[in-house]
Write a protein that binds this ligand. Structure first.
Ligand code: AKG
Ligand code: FE2
Length: 320
């Protein structure tokens, strides 16, 4: 049984087509520190583009399981996560940048033996737009740490970031009388993640004192959440959000999560200036891919938080 959730959470909504005014910057800073979540509008992604991705993806997810498993965790491609890994209701397809066309095409070819050029084209358009959006959003988030942090560190630390898209398909729970968990509580391993959820809703964020709050879907709005890499790099001045997805009875759900990540070989270490004079350094240096392995080598670690956080991995004085 899923614990009760509060219905509403007032998160700042940033217009990313405008300059950020000081009051928006301070409400953004509070949200990044407190929740690791905020919302954006005027992001330049059209409804038409979502609809196309949605239609093509649904036809892929409707293929038989024996076909989809050709891209599964035991295949050389590993782009498809079947049901019963994250939850009985969840399956997903990964499309990686920077060549989203190539990534989409090779998956589709394995599945249906031919090209679906419209699918790869729309994914390339979505991937390129989301990459640009992620860079802009990341710069805004860095500005919340302090004046000059973005200008000083964006190029030296974040310019080799790369993105991938996870297309998430949630099957409606049929038998349970209550709501069911579609994706258990987790933190993302990214720097930032930008999520589109459909009108069904169900994305929830956990407060520091353990209460679950609904992120109510809104047509023009995308949700941004901060991932583990920024929590460690900022010495916890930014919070990696704990979130999950709750499904309503007999309601299918669809979402797109775009992860903007450090390059695998990147050594993550908060600069002294970011830690700040007199503050304790909370994380030791670690190589990004080592943390990904720590989470991924363990099936549970991929989607379950307990014992597999970045703090368990690299926190100073935390047992590994
Ligand atoms: O489906 C959603 O709304 C969120 C998905 C998510 O958190 C993830 O893919 O990491
Ligand atoms: Fe997530």
């Amino acid at each position: 049984m899923i614990p009760e959730s509060e219905t509403l959470l007032e998160l700042p909504v940033l217009d990313v087509s405008q300059q950020l005014c000081p009051s928006s910057l301070s409400s953004l800073a509070a949200a990044c520190k407190e929740w690791g979540f905020f919302q954006i509008i005027n992001h330049g992604i059209s409804k038409d583009l979502y609809n196309k991705i949605c239609t093509h993806s649904k036809s892929i997810f409707s293929l038989p399981s024996e076909t989809k498993i050709k891209l599964g965790p035991l295949s050389p491609y590993k782009t498809y996560t079947p049901h019963f890994i994250a939850s009985p209701f969840f399956e997903s397809l990964r499309v990686s940048g920077p060549d989203f066309t190539d990534s989409a095409q090779s998956s589709v070819e394995v599945l249906i033996g031919e090209h679906d050029s419209e699918f790869s084209e729309v994914l390339q358009e979505y991937g390129s737009k989301m990459s640009e959006l992620s860079k802009g959003v990341l710069k805004l988030v860095l500005r919340t740490i302090g004046a000059g942090i973005e200008t000083k560190y964006y190029n030296s630390e974040f310019k080799n970031c790369h993105g991938y898209l996870r297309i998430n398909n949630y099957m409606a729970p049929e038998s349970s009388d209550e709501e069911a968990e579609g994706l258990g509580m987790h933190t993302d391993m990214s720097c930032v993640t930008i999520v589109y959820q459909d009108e069904i809703g169900g994305l929830q964020v956990r407060s520091k004192d353990g209460k679950w709050m609904n992120i109510v879907p809104s047509e023009e709005t995308l949700v941004v959440n901060i991932g583990d890499m920024l929590q460690a790099w900022s010495n916890e001045q930014l919070r990696s959000s704990e979130h999950r997805v709750v499904l309503k009875k007999r309601m299918n759900r669809f979402s797109l999560a775009f992860f903007w990540c450090f390059e695998d070989e990147k050594e993550v270490l908060a600069p002294d200036e970011v830690v700040g004079d007199g503050n304790k350094r909370i994380y030791g240096p670690f190589v990004c891919s080592e943390y990904l392995k720590f989470r991924e080598s363990n099936e549970k670690g991929r989607f379950e938080k307990v014992g597999f956080t970045v703090k368990d991995f690299a926190g100073i004085g935390f047992p590994m």
